[in-house]
Ligand binder design. Sequence first.
Ligand SMILES: CC(C)(COP(=O)(O)OP(=O)(O)OC[C@H]1O[C@@H](n2cnc3c(N)ncnc32)[C@H](O)[C@@H]1OP(=O)(O)O)[C@@H](O)C(=O)NCCC(=O)NCCS
Length: 384
Amino acid sequence: MQDNGKPKIELGLEGVYFTESGICKVDGVNGRLYYYGYSIETLAENSNFEEVCYLLLNGRLPNAAELSGFRNSLAQERPLPDEVAGLIEDSPKDAHPMDVLRSAVSVMALYDPDANDNSDAANMRKSIRLVSRLASAVGAIGGCRNGIGYVKPDSSMGAAGNFFYMLTGKKPDAEAVKVLDLMLLLHAEHSSNASTFSGIVTAATLSDLYSAVTSAIGTLKGPLHGGADQAALEMMHAIGRPENTEVYINDALAGKKKIMGFGHRVYKTYDPRARIIKNRLEILQGSANEEVRNLTSIALAAEKLMIDKLGSSHGIWPNVDFFSGPVYTDLGIPDYLFTPLFAASRIPGWCAHVMQYWKSNRLVRPLEYYNGELDTQYVPISQR
Ligand SMILES: CC(C)(COP(=O)(O)OP(=O)(O)OC[C@H]1O[C@@H](n2cnc3c(N)ncnc32)[C@H](O)[C@@H]1OP(=O)(O)O)[C@@H](O)C(=O)NCCC(=O)NCCS
């Protein structure tokens, strides 16, 4: 309680610990990130998305037989129920892709015999299904928007390869699959971020995993969270040419606008995921594709300017969403799929946290300080 009799309010729950977990450590001071103790750099260098999904869901790395069994389970679950594929095909082409994805996940529950079974075994089966099918659903949204329709998933491919196959109808390029796989891995988990927290809040009422994931997708959609990747690319398009970057950024900051892809609630230094993605931009500077070269130059110019202006002085540094635009553009992925892809990569993290939270579940119910009137006189409608 403060001197004025009012409780101290932590807006946005900033700095508040609500649970403990060994899944992920975000070290915002030193710019380090760990999944179950493995540094993100180690995983990016040595692992892959499927192995990281196993790690997050099981708390340890698999041996070769376990990984192969896990990959087979994911492959078997890859096809979407007909009703889900139908919903994606029939949804309006101008609907927000995150709305389509959120609805698709809701409909998935209707055709999952495990939907309301909250046993550990059923939750693990549902997690595997969700990991596999979210990537299929995002591929289907892309295919249905670009005119090739719903391409049935290819169970011989992993999440990244199958996504490209469903998007284009063609066997994907091995290098593109490798790059997308890394992007999925980098986005797979991030502690109690807004979408994971909202999934936990839903799950903590002893609702079910599909409801939790549906909440999480709705939360991820916003431009202060997962929607920032698309917004950052839109800004780069609005800048147009590298030489316009300085004027654009100065005008935006003078107008108190936020530069999307910068700043973070926890990292007050360079986001380690952004650093890894930036390595790819160094390759893209020599791309044969002029649009990619141009976007890359704009991104690198904006990064330098923003660090000079707001880096050390204000703790506002590039985050994971800033460099994704040029990378995805190079891979031929349209901007409206960036945030859905973020969901398809964050799904193991959501499931892992929800399953862990249930082990010592407690309803999440914070307090709100009431600052209104009491005993307000009710005036009949005819006298108002
Ligand atoms: C992510 C984010 C919401 C976290 O911020 P937060 O902890 O809530 O902090 P605030 O939004 O209150 O920002 C604190 C100050 O920094 C400024 N700031 C934060 N991010 C900024 C950005 N990207 N560009 C310019 N200024 C920024 C705010 O304007 C504010 O300035 P003020 O104190 O003069 O009003 C915020 O940095 C942001 O909106 N970034 C852009 C969206 C984004 O990239 N989201 C993806 C996150 S992974």
